[in-house]
Design a binder for this molecule. Structure first.
Ligand SMILES: Cc1cc2nc3c(=O)[nH]c(=O)nc-3n(C[C@H](O)[C@H](O)[C@H](O)COP(=O)(O)OP(=O)(O)OC[C@H]3O[C@@H](n4cnc5c(N)ncnc54)[C@H](O)[C@@H]3O)c2cc1C
Length: 430
């Protein structure tokens, strides 16, 4: 986890009852808590580790519309507005800056893919545009890369994962939400099949509604209740440099590296062309549902079979409420960064923009991404368990849409007009 993460001070007291319990203190859970608290709906958020301990502090902080599926763009557009309004709403900075995002293409085929995406979202009037190699060199000076072209969206941006979810959580508390950290939810309680509460490691809370925003843990949590959610874990490694005089404020994604400026003047870098896939039982059980993704991105995944397989096998898939759950056994999932992938990213970046040769690496980390077969999240009520809503499976791009996803989930929970049409995120599509 990044050492720059701001921690939140929360209550140790578990109330007996509330209206809504939220499971998970990532960007989605905390935004839902903020929204519900602003609506004066009693809400308790429970986090097994600490707020933003997993994906929501480990990500790159990109907030993009570029390259999203057509049906996923309205959520990203809604999120842009919510990010821009966030400092005024919560009285704290979240590091949001609309500095633009640019993806580079090495081949004509990659340019054609960007053109085809641009055509697919033509009706949405985005400000994305195709860039020539000269325009790229003018916008990001000092480059040595030989680009066939690229795509640029000036209204895309970034926020700081190390502060955003924590600041939103603090604001939710200030507005009346209760947040309890180090408190895993073991299971749901039901009466006549309907939600009546949750059982936590610290006791039971009665409630009318539950929102599960458990990130990569949601599949295991739901599996214990006989609900099959399709997500698979992948690992993304990241590094951050000390402040340097970099080439641009724009976040730039090359085929095999990416960089974006951190608020302290350093840069956050990753190997954009590769993700680790340490195999688990789930990869064997449901991997076939991802075959079309795999065919399109075969060279992208680096599968491995090692200790992760055994560690995962040791975690229960079914447990009873009186038993210690997997969520207590892994308070904060902290995978080791892959030094080879980070080194590849750094070398490729230095070849493309030699100014980075002088950068000093300050820290490295990794995070688990929860990927669905179509790379879109699920934000929906679960009909099999009335009173249960889920917002999960953000497939590596849920920080940017997080504020809108959390609000949409809160809308579904509180039965108000949804922020956007939620139908692309239906559970039954998977
Ligand atoms: C390295 C990396 C880079 C990324 N880059 C980007 C990016 O640039 N832009 C972007 O938009 N997205 C990015 N993402 C994806 C983004 O971080 C996630 O989609 C987003 O943070 C998901 O938020 P979440 O709230 O759903 O999950 P999380 O942040 O994972 O939060 C879920 C929380 O639920 C808790 N929890 C789970 N089960 C229980 C339980 N039973 N009881 C109590 N607590 C529980 C967990 O401890 C966890 O804190 C990246 C992800 C990674 C790992």
């Amino acid at each position: 986890m990044t050492k720059t993460l701001e921690k939140v001070h929360t209550s140790d007291q578990l109330p007996d009852s509330t209206t809504v319990v939220i499971i998970g203190g990532g960007i989605v859970g905390v935004t839902a808590a903020l929204t519900l608290a602003e609506r004066n709906i009693p809400v308790v958020l429970l986090e097994k580790g600490h707020v933003a301990g997993e994906q929501s502090s480990r990500n790159l902080g990109w907030i993009r519309k570029t390259s999203r599926h057509f049906e996923d763009v309205p959520l990203a557009v809604a999120a842009d507005k919510l990010w821009a309004e966030m400092p005024a709403r919560i009285g704290k900075e979240v590091g949001y800056k609309q500095a633009g995002i640019m993806f580079l293409a090495k081949t004509e085929e990659q340019v054609a893919a960007h053109e085809s995406w641009l055509k697919s979202v033509e009706s949405l009037s985005l400000d994305s545009r195709i860039m020539s190699s000269k325009e790229i060199n003018d916008a990001v000076p000092g480059g040595k890369g030989d680009w066939a072209g690229g795509i640029y969206t000036p209204s895309d941006g970034r926020a700081e994962p190390a502060i955003a979810a924590s600041a939103i959580a603090q604001a939710a508390i200030n507005k009346g939400a209760t947040i309890v950290q180090h408190c895993a939810v073991r299971s749901l309680s039901t009466i006549g099949g309907k939600i009546s509460g949750v059982v936590t490691e610290k006791g039971e809370i009665r409630c009318e509604q539950v929102l599960l925003a458990g990130g990569a843990w949601s599949r295991r949590f739901l599996g214990n209740h006989g609900v099959a959610l399709l997500t698979l874990p992948l690992v993304c490694s990241v590094m951050r440099t000390k402040p340097i005089d970099g080439p641009t404020d724009i976040a730039v994604g090359g085929p095999d590296f990416s960089f974006r400026k951190h608020q302290d003047g350093g840069f956050i870098i990753t190997q954009r062309g590769a993700l680790d896939a340490p195999l688990t039982l789930d990869h064997l059980l449901i991997g076939w549902r991802y075959l079309s993704q795999l065919r399109a991105q075969r060279s992208f995944l680096r599968p491995s079979l090692g200790m992760d397989f055994l560690k995962d096998l040791q975690l229960a898939r079914r447990w009873k409420t009186h038993q210690i759950s997997p969520f207590e056994k892994v308070r904060v999932n902290d995978p080791k960064p892959n030094p080879d992938l980070n080194q590849e990213a750094f070398t490729n970046l230095c070849n493309a923009w030699p100014v980075f040769n002088q950068a000093e690496i300050d820290e490295e980390w990794a995070g688990i991404i929860d990927v669905t077969p179509d790379s879109n999240p699920v934000i929906d009520r679960i009909e099999a368990i009335p009173g249960l809503t889920i917002a999960t499976g953000f497939s590596g791009h849920g920080f940017g849409t997080g504020p809108a996803a959390g609000q949409l989930a809160a809308d579904l929970v509180s039965n108000v007009e949804p922020l956007i049409d939620p139908s692309p995120y239906r559970f039954d599509r998977l």
